[in-house]
Design a binder for this molecule. Sequence first.
Ligand code: SF4
Length: 714
Amino acid sequence: MRSAVRYFGVTNWDMNQHAKIETKIEIRHSTCPHDCPSACALDVEVVEGRSIGRVRGSKKQTYTAGVVCAKVARYAERIHHPERLMYPLRRTGAKGSGQFARISWDEALDEIGHRFNQAEREFGAESIWPYYYAGTMGLVMRDGLNRLTHVKKYSRFYQTICANVGRIGFAIGTGKIAGVDPREMAVSDLVVIWGTNPVNTQVNVMTHAARARKERGAKIAAVDIYDNETMKQADIKILLRPGTDGAFACGVMHVLFRDGYADRAYMDKYTDCPDELEAHLKTRTPEWASAISGVPVAEIEAFAKLVGETKRTFFRLGYGFTRSRNGAAQMHAANCIPAVTGAWQYEGGGAFFNNYALWHFNESIIEGQDAIDQTTRALDQSKIGRILTGDAEALLGKGPVKAMLIQNTNPMTVAPEQALVRQGFAREDLFVAVHEQFMTETAEMADIVLPATMFMEHDDLYYGGGHQHISVGPKLIDPPGECRSNHQVLQALAPRLGASHRGFEMTPRELIDATLKLSDHGDIAGLEADLWRDLQPDFRTSHYLDGFAHADGKFHFKADWAHPPFGKTMGDVDQMPSLPDHWAVIEHSDQVHPFRLATSPSRSFLNTTFNETPSSQAREGKASVMIHPLDAASLDIADGEAVTLGNTRGETTLIATLFEGVRRGVLIAESVHPNKSHVGGRGINMLTGAEAVAPIGGAAFHDNKVWIKKATAA
Ligand code: SF4
């Protein structure tokens, strides 16, 4: 295998021996596997072939451009963490007691096999629900669990916890999930970063936006619900009330039409109903938008003027849209703006959310798609609390879930409706096996815990959601203790469960190779030799200059929500506005719940990944909530004081941080801290809801009405 290999002879002195010791450091290529759109190309120091040193961003890969976030730069701290799980464990105390005893792999696998087969015999195959998510974004280790599900006809897994809402909101306009090359931000004159905080979550966006500012004098505009780290670096700041992006977008488009900034020739050629849109927007004045969004009329007018006058305006639309009950409609409304101005025509202009449509991965072997039985139920990931507590609607009218194998996710902390999730995992009649890297709060509730590899300890195939590269992340070092990869666990379970599929017979490298070939991306040898492959289509295609991806070739101002290009329809689809608008289905504050809460991402945790590394813990500090000083004063809450937040779903206690960068009536809690880090042991997702966001499901993590008060002494 050819890779970016350099050798450094590092001289250390052994003081006892007074002798020089040469430490061999090899620089190997890898790809960041974490749930972050950047999927950074990494240069990893492999020390003596056994351990990891410094991790740097590849300077050769044009998206990563030599930059990675601090938490991955110090990855040695995580991969060589003394608290990693090292061998299989069996629970010996009550669920959640943390009492486990070491057992052998054979004992662990036999027990899982026995309990799964027993559940299948007594309650049917659909009583077993394999559950996974994006703890790794590698296709082999993330999606392989579906192969077992499909072959065994277990309950399927319908993903809703992350990007559905944003994806459909973007694609309903363009026809597919793909946009302008994100590197084109560097040649923009105005970069609008909307609904995302890349300084915290995707540092590479800032690399390209900052380059445009430095080299071209471009402006950076940030549109968000609090003065976050990205907003602080922006030239123009638009501070919205949560869930009002659609209103703001409509107010902006009203001005664009009114003041002659709408590109009528472009719209006539490339969009479906510009006249109808213009008529619809007549009543969506800046005053109307201001009353809903809280953005002053003058700021709406000024933003619209700037967007209208700047042909090269790049809209980087983010995952914040996906966390709101009206998120799809809001994303669509924001995405309509460059179609009104015709910004898509220009280099550095247009919009980008995600490049899902570019990769065309054929995962048929990895996922065992030939074995899918569409008659088996597909359970909603976000509704795990309702499902495990026997909610008939969430169980889709069928029987209870009796056994689970969980890989790559920590629902005891990250899933909404935590009160129900905890109740469900506490069931004595529920058998749970968790395959994990650390003793997470979900692993603590398991009957069997299996130790898992990290990405540098196995081979996998990756794509970048925030760009367009695919790459292999090869195994660089041996795993510690008895850790095994997700794929190895599936291989060992398959015969015990009577599951037969050629995917179980293949190595990860064979699966990668076969997947690349099936997907017309060459083979593993070629991809490793090249380090990555850039799948960005040419300029005309990326900018939809030969037509958008709908059958009529037009960008759709009028959204057909009832017939989404992917996913299954859920939620109040028939109430969604077809033309861009403010859809008022958010959880509005009321007398009992006078505040709106968003649970925004932090810089040093990634969901609950990195919860365990000391430097991330030190940086994030205690679980806290930002509140405007005037709101705090009205409730006699002091900075640093413990406060309890609550709603009909539950309560949580955090530390108040007084901050003028949030609006009155808005609370922001960054990070998903472990439940046990909160006073009282109840985490932030006690407050979040799991009802399906229209049109294809999702969880509205930023859309909560709550009350807040001083915490009473524990
Ligand atoms: S920025 Fe994202 S993809 Fe890049 S190293 Fe950090 S977590 Fe990984």
